[in-house]
Design a protein around this ligand. Structure first.
Ligand code: AMP
Length: 282
């Protein structure tokens, strides 16, 4: 497995592979890898001749400076994991390599960037789009793998590929969870024991809604869940939203022939967690 830090070196390497007609699968990450990331790596390894993973904690997608500064860094362990699972190339650029100048591109994703995560994390998706677009231009993958854990991000990336006319197939990957249900996240390692156990309310809520959706209307569900979170001294619910799983448009009435996805963002102490679930067609 090669570890490459500069754009010029990785571009030269990619060029050599393209000449040999090798298919390239790409997984962009911010490191602190867990089995969620590894599930993306595994899918790429199965499908492509070459798998490239990037590890770059992208400063311009953090709206909270503290969250950026405290983002976990476990590079040595990450590289070991990637090697074991058959990754071929890891791209680990420094900040100055990715951004020699302050980037000023401005994307327009319309409604997709103004709801849910977009509403609560101003400029977040613009920062994501800038970095992913740069990485796509550098790596030029055939396939790029993204987790449904970041469901709205996945929708933004699909829109980015369309806008920029990238010849890349985006592969959505299922959410990997801890045995007790908590969605895996690099931020989980920052949770205290009590925060970790209270955070389970997030996935438990989503599973309950999936199981018993027809027992209540959407407003009743929202009210019940807001009350449940209000009872916890550790958790703070930022939003619960029911939305069209394709367009992410808010759904207030369950009598719809659209697939509904349920989204939750909540703080456990200072750690912001997100999760979602897609309900079976009603
Ligand atoms: P991150 O390092 O958080 O930027 O995540 C890199 C990629 O891994 C993104 O496409 C995420 O959606 C995906 N990912 C993160 N956590 C999970 C998970 N629990 N299950 C599936 N994919 C995940």
């Amino acid at each position: 497995m090669q570890v490459i830090k500069t754009i010029s070196k990785i571009k030269a390497q990619i060029q050599k592979l393209k000449i040999k007609d090798k298919t390239i699968g790409f997984i962009p990450t911010m490191g602190a890898l867990h089995q969620g990331h590894i599930s993306l790596i595994k899918q790429s390894v199965c499908k492509n001749d070459i798998t490239v993973c990037s590890i770059f904690v992208n400063p311009i997608q953090f709206n909270d400076k503290n969250d950026y500064q405290k983002y976990p860094n476990t590079l040595k362990k990450d590289l070991e994991l990637l090697k074991i699972h058959g990754c071929d190339i890891v791209f680990t650029p420094e900040k100055a390599e990715m951004y020699p100048e302050i980037p000023n591109e401005k994307y327009d994703f319309g409604y997709l960037e103004s709801c849910m995560e977009g509403k609560f994390r101003p400029n977040h998706f613009n920062g994501v789009a800038i970095v992913v677009n740069r990485l796509f231009e550098i790596i030029q993958p055939d396939y790029a793998y993204f987790g449904k854990k970041d469901y709205q991000q996945l929708a933004i990336i699909k829109a980015l590929v369309k806008q920029k006319k990238h010849q890349i197939e985006i592969v959505p990957c299922e959410i990997v969870r801890e045995p007790d249900g908590l969605a895996m996240s690099s931020r989980n390692m920052r949770l205290s024991e009590i925060e970790r156990s209270e955070a389970l309310l997030i996935s438990k809520t989503l599973f309950d809604i999936k199981k018993s959706f027809n027992d209540k209307n959407i407003n009743q569900w929202k009210q019940l869940i807001e009350e449940k979170f209000a009872n916890s001294s550790i958790l703070k619910l930022e939003y619960i939203e029911f939305a069209d799983s394709e367009t992410l448009e808010v759904i207030n009435n369950a009598e719809t022939n659209k697939n509904i996805a349920v989204f939750i963002a909540a703080y456990a102490g200072n750690i912001r967690l997100i999760d979602n679930i897609v309900l079976p067609l009603q």
